[in-house]
Design a protein around this ligand. Structure first.
Ligand code: IMP
Length: 426
C-alpha cells in the first residue's frame, strides 16, 4: 500500500505544486485540497495542453481518482462552476464520481470580494497585495461563526436568514466606510439558482476519505500557497488567511494528524513572491528581470509580475523544521541554466550580527541584509535522458546540505514527463 503524502510549498507559493500533484496523482486514490481557495493558481501542462486550476484539486486530470475540496478550504461557487466549464471545454469531465466538495466548506460570496477590494484600496501603499478573491474576509466570517457553508444550500428558509445575518454584519462595516449597503435578497436569489449544481457534489468528505483508507487506499493532500504565506509562521501580516502548513491537512482534510504520511516540501531553485512583503534575497537588478522572463514569472490567478530572488536557504531550513518536511521536490532548475552568476542566501546580517533564522518582527525583517554565497554556473541544458551537468548536481547537493533535507524529486520543465525521481523515499 502506498503511504499517504502531503505536499507543501516551502516558499511564497507558485513552487509548482500543481505539476507535482499531477505527476504523483496516478499512485494515489484520492487527492485532497485542504486550505485556501481560488487564490491558488495551479498550471499543469499535459500533452501540449495547458490546464489552469484554482479550486479544483490537481488530480482531476488523472482518470479514476477521487478529488476532494476539503472543509478547510473556502469556495467561491460561481468561480468553481466557471472552472468546471473551462475544464469541460478541454475535455475533462467532472461529476460526483471524480469530485466531492466537503459539505462543511464555507462559501466565498460577493460581499467578501467587495470587502477584500475595499480594504486593499483603503490601505494605499501598505496594502497586502491580495489576489482580491475574498479569501481573507471569507475566513474571517468562518472564524466569526457567520459563514454560509455548502450544507446550508440545501435549506432555503435557513439560508435566507443566514444571509440576512451575514449581510447585516457586513453592511455595518460598509456604512462605516461610506459605501452603499449590499442587498441580501440579490445574493440569496443568485445562490438558490446555482445551489443544485453545487449540492450534487456535497458530502461529509471525511467519510469518503475514511472509507478509502479503510479499504487500503492512499491519499495525497495538496497544499496551496506556501509556508511563507502561512497565517501563523509566514511574513505576517503579508500572508494569506489560512494555515498553509501540512498540519492543516489533518483538520482541513478530515483524517487526523496520523494520516498525513510523507511530508514532501516543494521549492523553486530560486525564489519568487507576488504581492507585497519582505523578501530578503530579492534581486532588484536585470538578473531579477532575466529570471522573471525566463521562468515566465507572472501570477496564474492575477497575471501580476512576480518578484524574483536567489534561493533563500535560511528560510527554507526554518520552514522545513516548522512544517516537518521529510524530503523536497526542487522545481525550475532549468531556468538557472546559462546564467552568468548564481547565488544562494545562506545567512542574514541584522544590525551588525550574523543570524541564521528569519526574525518575527516586521521591523527586524525590513533591516535584514542577505549574506550570499556564489556557486559555479552551468551552460549545458538539463535534459531527461542525460546526466545532470556537474555544477547543477553540485547546486542540488549544496541546497540539501544547507537545508538539511534530501531532494527526492526534480522538475526540469512545466511538462508532466519532465520530472525526475532522485530517491524513492515516499
Ligand atoms: P490572499 O490569499 O488573496 O488574501 O492574498 C494574500 C497574499 O498571499 C498576497 O501576497 C497574495 O499575492 C499571496 N497569495 C495568495 N495565494 C497565492 C498563490 O497561490 N500563489 C502565490 N501567492 C499567493
Amino acid at each position: 500500500m502506498t503511504q499517504n503524502l502531503t505536499l507543501t510549498g516551502i516558499q511564497w507559493g507558485d513552487e509548482g505544486k500543481g505539476k507535482i500533484v499531477d505527476f504523483l496523482a496516478a499512485r494515489f486514490d484520492a487527492i485532497v485540497r485542504f486550505q485556501g481557495g481560488n487564490n491558488a493558481g495551479h498550471t499543469i501542462v499535459v500533452g501540449g495542453t495547458t490546464f489552469k486550476l484554482s479550486s479544483i484539486p490537481s488530480g482531476i486530470l488523472t482518470p479514476k481518482k477521487l478529488n476532494v475540496i476539503g472543509g478547510g478550504t473556502v469556495l467561491d461557487p460561481w468561480a468553481f462552476l466557471q472552472e468546471m466549464s473551462h475544464l469541460a471545454q478541454l475535455g475533462i469531465d467532472i461529476s460526483p464520481q471524480n469530485l466531492v466538495i466537503a459539505d462543511n466548506t464555507p462559501l466565498i460570496l460577493p460581499v467578501h470580494k467587495a470587502l477584500d477590494a475595499l480594504r486593499e484600496k483603503a490601505a494605499g501603499d501598505s496594502k497586502i497585495g491580495t489576489t482580491l478573491r475574498g479569501i481573507g474576509p471569507a475566513y474571517e466570517d468562518k472564524v466569526g461563526r457567520r459563514s454560509i457553508r455548502v450544507a446550508d444550500l440545501t435549506d432555503s428558509t435557513t439560508l435566507r436568514s443566514m444571509i440576512d445575518h451575514l449581510y447585516q454584519h457586513h453592511n455595518i462595516w460598509r456604512r462605516g466606510m461610506g459605501e452603499d449597503e449590499l442587498d441580501p435578497q440579490q445574493v440569496f436569489q443568485d445562490l438558490i439558482k446555482i445551489a443544485p449544481e453545487i449540492v450534487r457534489f456535497a458530502q461529509p468528505a471525511w467519510r469518503r476519505l475514511d472509507e478509502i483508507q479503510s479499504n487500503g487506499g492512499s491519499i495525497l493532500f495538496e497544499g496551496a500557497q506556501g509556508a511563507l504565506l502561512d497565517i501563523e509562521y509566514g511574513s505576517y501580516p503579508f500572508v494569506t488567511s489560512s494555515s498553509t502548513l501540512p498540519g492543516a491537512a489533518a483538520s482541513g482534510g478530515g483524517l487526523g494528524p496520523g494520516r498525513l504520511g510523507h511530508i514532501l516540501g516543494i521549492c523553486k531553485a530560486y525564489c519568487t513572491r507576488v504581492g507585497a512583503g519582505p523578501f530578503p534575497s530579492e534581486i532588484s537588478d536585470e538578473m531579477g528581470a532575466f529570471l522573471a522572463a525566463k521562468g515566465h514569472e507572472r501570477g496564474t490567478v492575477t497575471g501580476r509580475p512576480r518578484r524574483c530572488g536567489w534561493f533563500d536557504a535560511v528560510l527554507a531550513r526554518q520552514v522545513c523544521k516548522i512544517a516537518g518536511v521529510n524530503s523536497l521536490a526542487l522545481t525550475k532548475l532549468d531556468v538557472l541554466q546559462g546564467i552568468d552568476e548564481l547565488k544562494v542566501c545562506t545567512a542574514y546580517e541584522l544590525d551588525g550580527q550574523t543570524i541564521d533564522y528569519f526574525p518575527t518582527s516586521p521591523q527586524e525583517q525590513a533591516r535584514l541584509k542577505p549574506i550570499f554565497e556564489s556557486l559555479p554556473t552551468w551552460r549545458e541544458p538539463i535534459e531527461m535522458a542525460q546526466e545532470l551537468p556537474t555544477h547543477a548536481r553540485q547546486y542540488i547537493a549544496r541546497i540539501e546540505e544547507w537545508v538539511g533535507i534530501p531532494i527526492s524529486l526534480l522538475s526540469i520543465s512545466p511538462k508532466r514527463e519532465d520530472t525526475l525521481i532522485l530517491t524513492q523515499d515516499f
